[in-house]
Design a protein around this ligand. Structure first.
Ligand code: ADP
Ligand code: MG
Length: 334
């Protein structure tokens, strides 16, 4: 089977009843099997709509969604909505029985025909999601992150080929998120699962995704490897989604020594560095934001404020005069 025929959308459009603007417009994509594809976009850009179309929870008005070359049935055509080879996990963990133990919440989804297979598979997914030690705990007492792990274990127990995640980590503490993200990567690596995830957390999509799709107003505006999209985005919109970047008008860019015909100039914080030893110290430190191993400095010149990365914490204090060296920028007309 070639990559192109795993999960495909062909010019898919969907407008919700009574809405004037389309949820998604003429979307075509090829999901690569056994990889993590992340979909990012601002709120209302059509991420959840696209995910539901891929899963078969919504029928497209136009175009087709194909899984291994076969059209995915919509909710009108299927008794239990959603493609049988896929499972979806969202933020809400309502499917959990809070009065039952973690083990039972997961095992209940396996048939009783082969009890030893059921036990073996349940303990395997508990292990994959690092929740074996919670097996006999009542779901009621779990943290948000633990509940999310159980929800994913429930989705995976029947070995779906595709796992769809719609911003499932929003309720999970940042410190626990990374572990869960790593575990999902490991599962993809070990089992060949295909993951399609929606997220608006740049750190999450950059570290997890093999392929990134950027949605704006229901359309794909660019797609590619996260590193490529981060380092060389084709759109200002993409840069803003992926970084806490500085956006300067042409006139303000000129005041920073950048001459361009483009409308907007983007400077990532790590592309601008303070240097104290220069004579032309025309920037003033307005804020020092401690980030652990580095600081973000907000520096100011006239009307212009720049966020710049300083990897020598404590070197500068409020009111210090500094020179800012801009090492790289992007210019955009869109
Ligand atoms: P996202 O997940 O990126 O926030 P959605 O796919 O939920 O975006 O929504 C895309 C567009 O479709 C938005 O304009 C939204 O208001 C609209 N929309 C989403 N769900 C519905 C619905 N059930 N009924 C009507 N409009 C909807
Ligand atoms: Mg959504």
């Amino acid at each position: 089977m070639s990559d192109t025929s795993f999960l495909q959308a062909l010019a898919v459009s969907k407008t919700y009843p009574g809405e004037r603007v389309a949820g998604v417009k003429r979307i075509s994509l090829n999901i690569k099997p056994q990889k993590i594809t992340a979909i990012i976009g601002e709120s209302g850009s059509g991420k959840s709509t696209l995910l539901r179309l891929l899963y078969g929870l919504l029928s497209p008005d136009d175009g087709r969604v194909l899984f291994k070359g076969e059209r995915i049935w919509g909710p009108e055509e299927k008794l239990i909505p959603g493609h049988d080879a896929m499972k979806m996990v969202t933020q809400d963990t309502d499917g959990l029985n809070l009065y039952a133990k973690v083990w039972d919440n997961i095992a209940v989804l396996m048939p009783n025909t082969d009890v030893s297979a059921k036990e073996e598979r349940t303990s395997q997914v508990l292990q994959q999601l690092n929740i074996l030690k919670l097996a006999s705990k009542q779901a009621f007492f779990l943290s948000g992150g633990e509940k999310q792990r159980v929800a994913i274990a429930r989705a995976l127990i029947t070995r779906p080929e595709v796992l769809l995640l719609d911003e499932p980590f929003n309720q999970v503490d940042t410190s626990f998120r990374e572990g869960l993200q790593q575990d999902i990567r490991q599962i993809v690596h070990d089992t060949g699962l295909t993951v399609i995830m929606v997220s608006h957390d740049p750190a999450e999509v950059l570290s997890m995704a093999d392929e990134l799709i950027v949605l704006k107003d229901g359309e794909i505006i660019e797609a590619g490897h996260p590193k490529t999209l981060y380092q060389a985005p084709q759109n200002l919109y993409t840069a803003k989604l992926l970084t806490n970047c500085n956006v300067l008008s042409q006139a303000n860019a000129a005041l920073c020594g950048i001459s361009t015909k483009a409308a907007d100039v983007v400077i990532y914080p790590e592309w601008a560095a303070p240097t104290g030893s220069w004579t032309r110290k025309d920037w003033t430190v307005k804020q020092v934001l401690f980030k652990g191993n580095h600081e973000d400095l907000l520096v100011n010149k006239g009307d212009i404020t720049l966020r710049v990365l300083n990897d020598e914490p404590d070197k500068y204090k409020l009111g210090d005069k500094v020179h800012i060296k801009i090492n790289k920028y992007l210019a955009f007309d869109n």
